[in-house]
Design a protein around this ligand. Structure first.
Ligand code: ADP
Ligand code: MG
Length: 510
């Protein structure tokens, strides 16, 4: 049987879910080891690639062959070198997706995965989104029906697909990232309004604090410094994480540590809270910022949804409750809700899925799109034409003059981002084109047209003159011509069974 899955491709853990027609409910698809989530860790060995729990367990043995947290680099030029081969982040994601797909095909839900809806953080720019799609289609032989924003998927899973006029706040604290998102649900749409966050703040920071506490305690008791060897360091880190997770279910726990001797560092939940309250407070400050500069008041929020494994911690739940003055909605498995929402969306692509929610999701721009201009502040200014948050499809035109008032070639530089300085490191250049021999007094109208499929047409036309030019950023916003070439090359290098099979099929078709 053929079926569709929803995939939460997380920084720390990935998960997949399916809408089960029989029980008319969403079910997690367990991996081959029987777990509902799979660590997003890939180990490239000489003759094999290991994904998930086994890769995580052996990371200490193969530190230079283990790739983790690579989602942070999606869409960037970063690559990781192993045995002389460069692995870009989308290829690492491809290995994870390939493993998930294979495991799903071994599950009770069917034999063949037809395709998937994959979730991405709301703040992912065009090239990160494109990289995610490529991870599925080019590296994992997996059709990607669409990408979906993580907070939107969470709203789906929490059952907000048929509400009318609700303003929701999604608080997502995962392993390495924090995302705060404002979402507006109306009778026929789910819209992300605004977001804030920190991609260096998550459960691992809580582990760090607890690690330092345990380390000092162990040294006080006469143990040798766990930092002295990679092995003891890794052992203590693992124990600390276990203890942290236990403290979400009980008031006291102990960090059991075996090195030169056996030690047990006892710790109460409230001691743990004291050690890490600053981190929780930081998430609340970031939440507060969202209301400081936006059009929304805390009182406008009708419901607060908790997402991410780290929201199981009690002081996190307490802080959110205190800030909003209401009890947040919690799922017993906050690390599964994103995959469940994606599964609901994936089921929409199932030809037999008759009795499903029919909500449409509106995509909006996660970054502003515009051009580089010279203005009163000088050269190298970013001038947004389509603002962050604009609905798709969308079309906007803006007039410009020739800055130097003498005839010259003008370069139209298409920029994505929020920084005022055009070539700021937080901005991304999507492409450029040249208008030749533009007289000094020319008026130019520049149109940005971003279509439903997130491709972008930029055109520039002179008023009363035969000058025009343009560029189509067709492989998804953010993919320059150069990147398109790079990804193609990578695909050719890649010789997984899946791709070999696809190539063989293509040859037979010829
Ligand atoms: P991501 O979205 O980054 O992939 P997850 O939502 O899966 O991550 O969250 C992973 C984080 O959640 C880890 O830091 C993990 O230690 C933490 N976590 C999982 N279960 C618990 C728990 N019971 N108590 C506290 N933290 C937990
Ligand atoms: Mg997550």
């Amino acid at each position: 049987m053929v079926f569709n899955i929803g995939i939460d491709l997380g920084t720390t853990n990935s998960a997949m879910a399916v809408y089960d027609d029989e029980s008319e409910s969403v079910q997690m698809v367990e991996n081959f080891s029987g777990d509902p989530t799979t660590p997003s860790v890939v180990q490239v060995l000489e003759d094999d690639v290991i994904v998930g729990k086994d890769a995580l367990a052996n990371q200490e043995r193969y530190p230079d062959r283990t790739l983790a947290r690579t989602k942070r680099d999606m869409g960037s030029d970063t690559t990781y070198e192993i045995d002389g081969t460069e692995y870009p982040p989308q290829r690492v994601a491809g290995y994870i997706l390939q493993k998930l797909k294979e495991d799903a095909e071994e599950s009770e839900f069917g034999d063949d995965v037809d395709g998937a809806v994959i979730t991405v953080p709301y703040y992912f720019g065009g090239s990160a989104r494109q990289a995610t799609e490529d991870a599925g289609t080019k590296f994992a032989d997996l059709s990607v029906f669409r990408l979906m924003n993580e907070p939107t998927a969470a709203c789906y899973a929490y059952g907000y697909q048929e509400e009318s006029d609700e303003t929701l706040f999604v608080y997502d604290l995962g392993g390495g990232t924090f995302d705060a998102t404002l979402v507006e649900v109306t009778e026929d749409e789910i819209d992300v309004i605004d977001s804030n966050g920190d991609d260096e703040l998550g459960g691992e920071n809580f582990d760090d604090e607890l690690y330092e506490f345990a380390r000092e305690e162990l040294i006080d008791r006469g143990a040798s410094d766990p930092n002295e060897s990679k092995h003891t360091k890794a052992t203590l880190r693992e124990k600390v994480k276990e203890t942290k997770e236990q403290l979400s279910g009980r008031e006291d726990a102990a960090i059991a540590y075996q090195a030169d001797d056996f030690y047990e560092v006892e710790l109460s939940r409230s001691e743990f809270h004291d050690l890490t309250q600053d981190l929780v407070d930081k998430t609340i400050s970031l939440t507060e910022e969202l209301f400081d500069d936006g059009d929304y008041e805390v009182d406008d929020i009708d419901n607060v949804l908790l997402v991410g494994g780290s929201t199981r911690m009690h002081h996190v739940q307490d802080a959110v409750e205190e800030f909003f003055g209401m009890e947040p909605s919690t799922d017993t498995n906050p690390d599964q809700v994103v995959a469940k929402g994606a599964a609901l969306e994936a089921a929409q692509y199932d030809p037999e899925g008759g009795n499903l929610p029919t909500q449409s999701i509106t995509d909006i721009l996660s970054h502003s799109l515009g051009v580089e201009t010279h203005n009163d502040d000088g050269p190298n200014q970013f001038d947004p034409i389509l603002e962050k948050g604009a609905d798709l499809p969308n079309r906007e035109t803006k007039p410009y003059g020739n800055p130097d008032e003498t005839e010259q070639n003008l370069i139209v530089n298409v920029i994505q981002g929020e920084a005022d300085e055009a070539n700021h490191e937080d901005n991304e250049e999507l492409g450029r084109f040249v208008l030749e021999d533009v007289p000094g007094d020319t008026k130019l109208n520049v149109e940005f047209y971003v279509k439903e499929d997130a491709t972008l047409d930029v055109t520039a036309e002179a008023e009363n003159r035969d000058i025009e030019g343009g560029i189509n950023i067709s492989d998804g916003i953010g993919l320059t011509q150069e990147e398109a070439g790079r990804i193609k090359e990578e695909t050719q290098d890649y010789t997984s069974k899946a791709v070999q099979r696809r190539e063989a099929d293509a040859e037979t078709d010829d």
